[in-house]
Ligand binder design. Structure first.
Ligand code: NAD
Length: 360
């Protein structure tokens, strides 16, 4: 049976890295007769320019009928002066995530041994690093109402957001986290700010309640400021981390740097039935867009996560991951992961090398 995959190239480096994923998916589709129907649609700034909205109706319809979605990245200075709700990030990305109810964001931070030199930490602190951050994605302060910028009676402007989670939202992400921990080393650290924020006091209470259903999982709690410090001090103490939307956003970027580059990190955003949108952890990198130097591996690894988690094609996912390992073994590096003694390659050369490794 054919499976519909929708690719959303988005903005900035998005189209460049999507081209490389197109090559990889076209090859494995043919090599392994996967029956993937690959389609593309506009989102973000590109969609604003072409269709007047960051998330056009046609894209929404394609998202609904797709079996899985692969999104590159959205945003850029060109659209930063638009009203917040119309911007690529809020009007496009947050809209897709919330309309598809993609509440469970899985962000692995794995250090490939070949990239130990590209990590910002000493090799002994990061070698063998394999952390999974489970981030709540459709609630918390990024979505809470009311929000806005208003003028107070004395004429001063005031910005405000609302940090809110109800217990069902916390249980839903807690279930993903406990079940993920069960499949790994059975260690779960829940990150909150329960010393000052009531919303996260409830978060901690619910995680404690849930832990009795998962007696094999060792649950611990950590305040987010300490978690940020521990990630830099001794990252290998963590296995699975579960946290809310904003803390997860920040901690997963910090974890990204431990692995050498944010350009290496894929992510999955899943709904309650496991349908998902897969995306690199990075943004649209306007500082390097159009130069052909972006690292396409996070997006290629997002495609392999998609094959594994939403399309049941584990073997092909393994092949893609092995191909990525193989190009790293060959010493090929885009600029973000380059170190002395390796060979610097462009975005398209990196994509071609993955394709060649798959054909080998
Ligand atoms: P960013 O992730 O785009 O870039 C941070 C740094 O990492 C930059 O120096 C960039 O060059 C580098 N980088 C990122 N991806 C890379 C890759 N694949 N290869 C090599 N280097 C890479 O974050 P930012 O600068 O904070 O945001 C830029 C834009 O992206 C903003 O408009 C922001 O709103 C948007 N954004 C979008 C997403 C998303 O689409 N999921 C996520 C974060 C930021």
């Amino acid at each position: 049976m054919s499976k519909k995959v929708l690719i959303l190239p988005g903005d900035g480096i998005g189209p460049e890295i999507s081209t490389e994923v197109d090559k990889v998916l076209a090859l494995v589709n043919q090599q392994y007769s996967l029956g993937l129907e690959l389609d593309h649609a506009l989102v973000g700034g590109a969609a604003i320019d072409a269709a007047g909205s960051a998330f056009p109706e046609q894209t929404w319809q394609k998202c609904q009928s797709a079996d899985a979605i692969l999104l590159a990245c959205v945003g850029g200075p060109k659209w930063d002066s638009l009203p917040p709700k119309e911007r690529p990030e809020i009007g496009g990305l947050l809209q897709i995530r919330s309309r598809l109810e993609l509440f469970g964001n899985l962000r692995p931070a794995i250090l490939y041994p070949q990239l130990a030199a590209a990590s910002s930490l000493k090799p002994e602190l990061v070698s063998g690093l394999d952390i999974l951050i489970v981030r709540e994605l459709t609630g918390g302060i990024y979505f809470g109402q009311p929000r806005g910028i208003r003028v107070k009676e004395d004429g001063t402007r005031e910005g405000y957001n609302t940090y809110v989670y109800d217990e069902n939202e916390i249980r839903r992400i807690g279930k993903v986290a406990f079940e993920t921990a069960m499949k790994r080393n059975k260690k779960l650290c829940s990150v909150d700010k329960a010393n000052v924020l009531e919303v996260t006091m409830l978060w901690r209470e619910i995680m404690d309640e849930m832990s009795s259903d998962y007696p094999e999982v060792e649950l611990s709690h950590m305040y987010v400021d300490n978690a940020a410090m521990q990630l830099i001090r001794a990252p290998k103490q963590f296995d699975v981390i579960v946290t809310g939307n904003m803390f997860g956003d920040i901690l997963s970027d910090a974890a990204a740097m431990l692995t050498g580059s944010i350009g290496m990190l894929p992510s999955a955003s899943l709904d309650i039935n496991g349908k998902g949108m897969y995306e690199p952890c990075h943004g649209s990198a306007p500082d390097i867009a159009g130069q052909g130097i972006a690292n396409p591996l996070a997006m290629i690894l997002s495609a392999s996560m998609m094959l594994r988690h939403s399309l049941g094609m584990q073997d092909v996912a393994d092949k893609i991951e092995q191909a990525v390992e193989s190009v790293l073994d060959q010493g090929l590096r885009t600029a973000d992961i380059y170190s002395e003694g390796t060979t610097k390659v462009s975005t398209s050369e990196m994509g071609d090398a993955v394709v060649a490794a798959l054909q080998a």
